[in-house]
Design a protein around this ligand. Structure first.
Ligand SMILES: NC(=O)c1ccc[n+]([C@@H]2O[C@H](COP(=O)([O-])OP(=O)(O)OC[C@H]3O[C@@H](n4cnc5c(N)ncnc54)[C@H](O)[C@@H]3O)[C@@H](O)[C@H]2O)c1
Length: 386
């Protein structure tokens, strides 16, 4: 049976289901479909399914034209029954944290239970969602395991090799889960270190950016990270908590993760204090002042505001009585804690009207010389100096 499946994969005849059609799932759909595989996308969000079947993309990295080009071998559906005709199913559902910052695996469980209804022999199931080490074995395998679970690595590697440039098989699913968490934790810890370095340099009266540039000239042993307003996105603020949660169940306290989380989460507060100081030095109180937040996406040149530090900065500024507006060429509207805000339509007017501008996202499209010249006061979290 394994050989039949491998042959179908090599001939690009294997039908691939991608479950969860978001930032991860949709590019994966396109990667397999562009290589000629028949692909079925499954998502519980009927609006996304309808948009995809009209050839409309909602993910910035995937232009609609690419979806239209794969029409012949891709369709989306909300029904897991489509799995009966699939040879492989790749799970890309969300893995958020709950209110107590513990893993919320209910989407994974829902996906697993739905797959279990339609699983059939000779079928590969892959978990792509980021999650704690042990999830595949402890959570999914009991729901899904067939007699040939041991052949999965070989078949999974063969499938991905047809669509992905480099495949790196490791010895177990637990190792693979840990690899992803190490990557993200490495970034979270190093960003926290450089954020704390920025605070220390500020207290010492030293330019942190000059320090980093000079340190980065060392030919080995130093990897450049840059400070900023905090961390955002679906991965870095959340994924390390999956790891620390798992370790807590083993009576181990993951101290680096804890500390990095604290430092990165505190950065918006640090920058709001800087806004307050800047206004103060101009003889103004933060309360009642007009503060323009420039860029709200969590990193430059994207439209994603998930976990963006801009959200905390806006909230903190509002909490201190500032009149907050924002400008972002990629984010038309913003809803946070039940309150909505729209981007300022005219940047020049918004700059002229603001008592202070805080630069949060350094989108490439911005003309920094012009912005720095027009703004009355600037607090720059990204070092945009031209
Ligand atoms: N965003 C990234 O850059 C990134 C990178 C690497 C890994 N990841 C991981 O990949 C996973 C998915 O992340 P994402 O950013 O694509 O999330 P997303 O929210 O953009 O997309 C997830 C999709 O899953 C759908 N969904 C939810 N429950 C479902 C169910 N039971 N059945 C079918 N569909 C369901 C949602 O409607 C949504 O469309 C997460 O575990 C994340 O940590 C994300």
């Amino acid at each position: 049976m394994k050989e039949t499946l491998l042959e179908k994969i090599r001939d690009h005849r294997a039908t691939v289901a991608v479950i969860g059609l978001g930032y991860v799932g949709l590019p994966l759909v396109v990667a397999f479909a562009e290589r000629g595989f028949p692909v079925i996308g499954i998502d519980v969000d009927a609006q996304k399914v309808a948009a995809l079947n009209r050839g409309e993309s909602y993910v910035q990295d995937i232009p609609s034209a690419r979806l239209q080009a794969i029409r012949a071998n891709f369709r989306a559906t909300a029904s897991y029954a489509a799995l009966t005709e699939c040879d492989a199913a790749i799970i890309c559902v969300p893995t958020p944290l709950n209110k107590t910052r513990d893993p919320d695996v209910r989407y994974l469980i829902a996906a697993g239970e739905s797959i279990a209804q339609y699983i059939h022999p000779d079928m590969l199931i892959v978990l792509e969602s980021t999650t704690y080490p042990g999830t595949t074995e402890e959570l999914l395998l009991p729901m899904l395991a067939g007699p040939a679970a041991l052949a999965c690595r070989e078949v999974a590697a063969a499938l991905y090799a047809e669509a992905i440039e480099q495949v790196v098989p490791v010895s177990s699913t637990q190792t693979a889960e840990m690899v992803k968490l190490l990557e993200n934790t490495f970034r979270a810890v190093n960003i926290a270190l450089v954020n704390e370095t920025a605070i220390m340099c500020d207290k010492l009266g030293v330019d942190v950016w000059e320090v980093i540039e000079a340190a980065a000239t060392k030919p080995y042993g130093f990897m450049k990270f840059t400070p900023g307003p905090g961390v955002g996105g679906h991965c870095i603020p959340l994924d390390p908590h999956y790891l620390s949660w798992k370790l807590k169940t083993l009576n181990y306290n993951a101290r680096f993760i804890q500390l990095a989380g604290e430092i990165n989460t505190d950065m918006p507060r640090y920058w709001v204090d800087k806004v307050q100081d800047a206004l103060n030095s101009a003889g103004k109180a933060l309360k009642g002042s007009r503060v323009l937040v420039l860029g709200v996406a969590y990193k430059k040149d994207i439209d994603d505001v998930r976990e963006s530090p801009a959200l905390d900065i806006i909230e903190l500024l509002r909490g201190k009585g500032a009149q907050v507006s924002y400008h972002d060429p990629y984010v038309r509207t913003l809803t946070h804690n039940g309150r909505g805000l729209s981007t300022e339509p005219d940047l020049d007017q918004a700059l002229a009207a603001a008592d202070c501008v805080i630069i949060v996202t350094d989108h490439s499209i911005y003309d920094w010389a012009n912005i720095l010249q027009q703004a009355a006061l600037v607090v720059d979290t990204r070092n945009v100096r031209p």
